[in-house]
Design a protein around this ligand. Structure first.
Ligand code: ADP
Ligand code: MG
Length: 319
């Protein structure tokens, strides 16, 4: 593969963001802004974060960018730019690499995001690192530290679907709603519309569900120094989720991860607004618990009247 022809092929023909001064083609990109800039990076490594056995190149690109956009949404930011660093094995053909970029572009165009740079090196396995940037009005970023006792805990969408989709791809048997679950795994839709719709609310704590609510809820509890109680029966799941074993259902909805839904906390008054925005943006939301004062930050889960501690049992690296 020739690097020059590759960059030329993936380079946008036109840019959409008015704040972009210089895109791909020089030593670095140039932006101009008056808002707060939110920036995030995610790295995906072949056979750790994805496998070519369950994903096509298009899905890989789509999903890596979805993870970044989901982080921007969880900060309340409007997606604007991304940069892509690629470590590419020699055997990869330019055509397949372009498919990865088509996957990214499919999602990027929904938000008028511009690809403004990257880096290309060779390596023995495929590795993709995306840096994404977005805008939020001055001092309006949504932090995990914003939860307060008395808040309602809510989640968007349904949880555990992505992990169920992976299982279906790995098992290869027949399942109900097979294509639905597979699509939830390969083409996750970050909750940007809801996150941006919440801008009028004074205070809301947000975290995106990348590792599973067990992790995300603990992160909110620690950052806000509060205790969260989650009611298991209220965790939203898809129709026909009960075709999986009870253990799978529990593990996947609590710590399956990669659903790229949002977990949030908001005051009772704010909750009414969240529900109104959810209706306007066609986003399912569900109250799954509440926040209270605590001497030590923690997360509790209530299942059939019994209360247990919910630890960060989701998949954690370096543990
Ligand atoms: P430099 O050597 O100055 O870092 P490069 O020759 O690596 O520049 O890159 C030239 C241009 O192409 C830069 O604008 C860079 O951001 C962009 N670019 C390089 N690799 C990629 C990639 N994998 N994806 C997107 N843009 C890329
Ligand atoms: Mg240079």
């Amino acid at each position: 593969m020739d690097e020059f022809s590759f960059i030329n092929a993936i380079k946008p023909k036109a840019y959409k963001q008015p704040s972009l001064i210089k895109g791909i083609g020089d030593d670095a990109a140039v932006l101009r802004s008056t808002s707060d800039i939110v920036t995030t990076v995610d790295t995906f490594v072949e056979n750790i974060h994805f496998s070519l056995e369950t994903m096509e190149p298009f899905h890989i690109g789509y999903r890596v960018l979805a993870a970044n956009i989901s982080d921007l949404a969880a900060m309340g930011a409007e997606p604007a730019f991304y940069l892509v660093s690629m470590c590419i094995p020699k055997k990869w053909k330019q055509e397949s690499l372009e498919e990865i970029y088509q996957g990214m572009n499919e999602l990027a165009s929904l938000y008028r995001m511009d690809l403004i740079g990257g880096d290309t090196v060779s390596s023995d396995r495929l590795m993709i690192s995306i840096t994404a940037m977005g805008y939020v009005p001055k001092d309006k970023a949504r932090y995990r530290s914003h939860a307060k006792p008395g808040d309602i805990v809510f989640a968007t969408g349904t949880l555990g679907d992505s992990r169920a989709g992976l299982e279906i791809l790995l098992q290869g048997q027949e399942y109900k709603d097979k294509n639905y679950y597979i699509e939830r795994h390969r083409l996750p839709k970050p909750r940007v519309a809801l996150a941006l719709g919440l801008r009028d609310i004074d205070r809301v704590a947000l975290n995106d569900i990348s590792d599973g609510i067990s992790n995300e809820a603990n992160e909110i509890a620690e950052a806000s120094r509060v205790e969260l109680t989650i009611i298991e029966e209220r965790i939203p799941v898809s129709k026909n989720f009960d075709q999986f074993s009870e253990k799978q259902q529990y593990d996947w909805k609590v710590s399956g991860g990669e659903d790229f839904e949002l977990l949030g906390t908001v005051s009772e008054q704010g909750w009414k607004k969240v529900q109104a925005v959810a209706a306007e943006t066609d986003t399912p939301v569900q109250q799954i618990g509440y926040v209270h004062e605590a001497a030590k930050p923690s997360v509790l889960i209530q299942s059939a009247g019994e209360t247990k501690q919910l630890t960060k049992s989701g998949y954690t690296h370096l543990k």
